[in-house]
Design a protein around this ligand. Structure first.
Ligand SMILES: Cc1ncc(COP(=O)(O)O)c(C=O)c1O
Length: 320
């Protein structure tokens, strides 16, 4: 056991403890952190019947900037529709609730915002007909997901779940068991992250990030049919690449392309733009962060902290 833990990657060891805040938004009102509790027999807890989002707020200067707030709530409600979970709130209402919560907590530092809609307490019927649905938003201080500037990743032995099983296109609570399996094995084997292949053996995504591969100055990312979440960071990078004159394509990606890539990086709200330096202990390119990754990461960071808009002012919500 000790030897196993010693092998665990730095990233896995990085603390991810959540710092308590004063208020949580729950079913239409602000409640104290300790009051935000749910019954142990909540359907969502037992069966994974919930959907969630991950949103980032970036403290910059005196203000806090939230990236693509509206799109995150739209995706949340789309995920709920896919799960046949009825939520009584419109995206605009959830957006207002989120801002109210952040202001009530006087949050100005980098933070992570976690909205969740889940089936509540009523019974054990898997069909959850007429069961209550809870909606909550939690926001807490957060700086970085990966503790390293360059990642050592592996290809997981776990297959990415796919649409006829439970759709990876939706952020369904239960889906994340698939990611957890892959992530834990990777961490125990000393890797920072796992890349999963889909049911046809093509590259899908990492456990909580999309993947981009640079080959011959072309940026390639698995297409939407590759069993991936339609990441908002992925979408942002595809648009920025186009605007910066970097050729970007969405297509199927073979595992072997990971071993011959010039550059690889992962994208996600929590992870940002995370360069990959090795895959299965094989060096990516020259083993250093590549120029295209570096360029896109800089533009992305300037954008999310509200330093530059690059013509996308609507993507950034200023809280104060
Ligand atoms: C499985 C999975 N893929 C990709 C992503 C990246 O999506 P986004 O850029 O919208 O955060 C996430 C994070 O939400 C994820 O959980």
């Amino acid at each position: 056991m000790k030897a196993e833990l010693e092998q665990t990657s730095d990233t896995a060891k990085a603390t991810s403890e959540i710092q308590k805040v004063d208020f949580v938004w729950m079913n239409g009102e602000l409640v104290g952190w300790e009051e935000a509790k749910v019954p142990v027999m909540s359907h969502g807890l037992h069966y994974g019947t919930g959907v969630f989002e991950g949103i980032r707020g970036y403290g910059y200067g005196e203000n806090l900037y939230i990236f693509r707030l509206r799109e995150h709530f739209e995706r949340l409600l789309e995920s709920a529709r896919i799960c046949d979970i009825e939520c009584n709130y419109a995206p605009q209402e959830l957006e207002r609730a989120c801002l109210e919560l952040i202001r009530a907590n006087k949050m100005r530092q980098d933070c992570y915002i976690r909205p969740i809609i889940f089936v509540g307490f009523s019974g054990i019927n898997l069909g959850f007909i007429n069961y209550p649905v809870n909606t909550a938003i939690v926001a807490f201080p957060f700086s970085q997901y990966f503790s390293k500037a360059g990642l050592d990743v592996c290809v997981s032995s776990w297959t990415r779940l796919y649409d006829p099983v439970t759709p990876p296109m939706a952020k369904i609570c239960g889906n994340y068991v698939n990611s957890v399996f892959a992530k834990r094995d990777a961490a125990k084997n000393g890797y920072d992250e796992a890349i999963m292949l889909n049911s046809t053996g093509k590259v899908s995504e990492a456990t909580g990030e999309n993947i981009f591969v640079v080959r011959d100055d072309e940026l390639v990312t698995p297409s939407l049919g590759s069993s991936i979440l339609k990441g908002l960071t992925r979408d942002t990078i595809l648009l920025l690449a186009d605007e910066l004159g970097i050729r970007a394509v969405e297509r199927e990606v073979a595992r072997s392309e990971l071993y011959t890539a010039n550059e690889i990086f992962l994208t996600g709200t929590a992870a940002g733009i995370a360069p990959v330096l090795s895959v299965d202990k094989r060096r990516v390119g020259n083993g250093k962060v590549g120029p295209i990754t570096e360029r896109l990461a800089k533009v992305y960071f300037d954008l999310v902290v509200g330093r530059e808009t690059f013509g996308h002012k609507q993507w950034v919500t200023k809280v104060y």
